[in-house]
Design a protein around this ligand. Structure first.
Ligand SMILES: [Zn+2]
Length: 169
C-alpha cells in the first residue's frame, strides 16, 4: 500500500486555495467486484485534478475501465468499457455518505474509486439485443426430480430480474 499513487499527500496542495495537482494513473485495485459483476482485473484508468478549495480538496475528472457482467439471459460474460465523471469532495470533518476524509494530511482515492466504479456496473445486461438465452446443447435443462415438486412460491415481480440471473448448478 505504501507508495500507491492513490494515497495522495495534500500538505503542499492545501497551502493555497486554488492550487491544483493532476493525477493520471493506471491502477489495479482489490475487491473490485459485487457478486458476479466486476471491473476486469480491478484495473482503472484514473484521470483526475485535485484542487484545494476552502472546505478541503475537490477531486474532479474521470475514471475508465472495463466492466464484466453476465448476460441476463445466457449468462455469458459481457465486457463493456465504461467511463465515469468524478467530482468528489474531501474534508477534515467529512459528512457521512457525502464527502470523504482528509486523514493525516492525505486523501485516499482507493475507496472512492471502488465505490464509484462498483455503483456504475451494469445490473443485468444482454450480450446482444436478440440473445435467446442458454444454448440448449451446452446448458441442457435438467428434469426436476419428481419428489422435489412443490407449490410455486408467490413471486414479487420486482425479483423477476434476479430470477433471470440465477445460475444452474
Ligand atoms: Zn446472452
Amino acid at each position: 500500500m505504501v507508495g500507491s499513487p492513490l494515497l495522495v499527500d495534500v500538505v503542499e496542495l492545501q497551502r493555497r486555495t486554488g492550487t491544483r495537482r493532476t493525477l493520471n494513473a493506471e491502477v489495479e485495485l482489490d475487491d473490485m467486484a459485487v457478486g458476479e459483476r466486476s471491473v476486469v482485473d480491478g484495473r482503472v484508468t484514473v484521470d483526475l485534478v485535485l484542487e484545494a478549495v476552502t472546505e478541503g480538496i475537490v477531486a474532479a475528472g474521470s475514471l475508465a475501465g472495463v466492466s464484466r457482467v453476465p448476460c441476463r439471459r445466457c449468462l455469458e460474460d459481457v465486457d463493456s468499457a465504461f467511463r465515469l465523471d468524478v467530482r468528489e469532495i474531501f474534508e477534515r470533518s467529512p459528512s457521512e455518505g457525502e464527502t470523504w476524509p482528509i486523514d493525516d494530511e492525505r486523501v485516499d482515492l482507493r475507496p472512492v474509486i471502488r465505490e464509484l466504479a462498483l455503483l456504475a456496473l451494469p445490473l443485468a445486461p444482454l450480450c446482444r439485443s436478440d440473445c435467446e438465452g442458454p444454448d440448449a446443447e451446452r446448458f441442457p435443462a435438467r428434469p426436476e426430480p419428481e419428489d422435489a415438486v412443490e407449490a410455486e412460491p408467490v413471486r414479487d415481480a420486482r425479483w423477476a430480474v434476479l430470477d433471470s440471473l440465477t445460475f444452474d448448478e
